[in-house]
Design a protein around this ligand. Structure first.
Ligand SMILES: [Ca+2]
Ligand SMILES: [Ca+2]
Ligand SMILES: [Ca+2]
Length: 193
C-alpha cells in the first residue's frame, strides 16, 4: 500500500518535474527567440540602414573655391535621397530630394545659390547632419563646434585642405579618428595624407 502510494507520489513528482522542465525550456526558447529576433532585427536595422556617410568636408576652400561636402554610399545599392536633408549648425535643412547616390559611389554637394546648399561651413568649427526624414543617418563635428563632446571633434582643415574619412566610409562615431586633414578628393576616393 505504502509503496503504491509512494510510487504514485514519485510519478506525480516526475510528472511535475517534466512539466516544469518543459515549460521552462519552452519559455527559454521563447525568450531566446525573442532576444535573437530582437538583436537580429536591430542588427538588420543597422545593416539595411542606408550606409551613407558624410565622407569629406571642405569648409575652407582655396581662393576662388567653393565649400563642398562629399557623401559616400558604402552599400551595394543605389539610394534615392528623396526626403533626405543635410544641415549645418544653423539647423536649416536643405533637401536632397531628386538626388541619387550610386552604390559604392560619391555625391558631391556644392555651396551656392541655386546649388546644393547655401549655409556656410564655419572654418573654425561646425556640425553637419545628414538625415533621412527625421532620422539622423550621420553627423560630423569639427573644430570648436560645441556638440556636447568637443574631445572627439575632427580637426579644422587648413585653407585649401579638406577633412575626410580614411578609408572611405570609416565610421567609428569618433570624428577625430575617422577624419584626417587631407588633400581634397571631392567625388573621388579619399587619399591618406
Ligand atoms: Ca567656410
Ligand atoms: Ca563631438
Ligand atoms: Ca573624397
Amino acid at each position: 500500500m505504502a509503496s503504491k502510494k509512494s510510487k504514485k507520489l514519485i510519478l506525480l513528482f516526475v510528472f511535475f518535474l517534466g512539466l516544469s522542465v518543459f515549460l521552462s525550456a519552452k519559455s527559454n526558447a521563447y525568450f531566446s527567440d525573442k532576444i535573437s529576433s530582437t538583436s537580429s532585427f536591430s542588427a538588420g536595422n543597422w545593416e539595411t540602414n542606408p550606409k551613407i556617410v558624410i565622407n569629406e568636408i571642405y569648409p575652407n576652400p582655396a581662393a576662388g573655391g567653393l565649400e563642398q561636402i562629399e557623401l559616400y554610399n558604402d552599400s551595394d545599392n543605389d539610394i534615392d535621397l528623396t526626403d533626405w536633408t543635410i544641415e549645418d549648425g544653423n539647423y536649416s535643412p536643405r533637401s536632397l530630394t531628386g538626388k541619387i547616390i550610386l552604390a559604392k559611389s560619391f555625391l558631391v554637394l556644392t555651396k551656392g545659390s541655386g546649388a546644393d546648399f547655401t549655409f556656410g561651413l564655419n572654418n573654425d568649427g561646425d556640425i553637419l547632419i545628414l538625415k533621412k526624414g527625421i532620422e539622423i543617418i550621420d553627423q560630423v563635428s569639427w573644430g570648436i563646434w560645441v556638440d556636447g563632446n568637443l574631445v572627439d571633434n575632427a580637426v579644422n582643415p587648413a585653407q585649401g585642405k579638406s577633412i575626410g574619412r580614411y578609408p572611405d566610409g570609416l565610421d567609428t562615431n569618433f570624428d577625430l579618428l575617422d577624419f584626417n586633414e587631407m588633400n581634397i578628393s571631392l567625388g573621388l576616393i579619399n587619399i591618406y595624407p
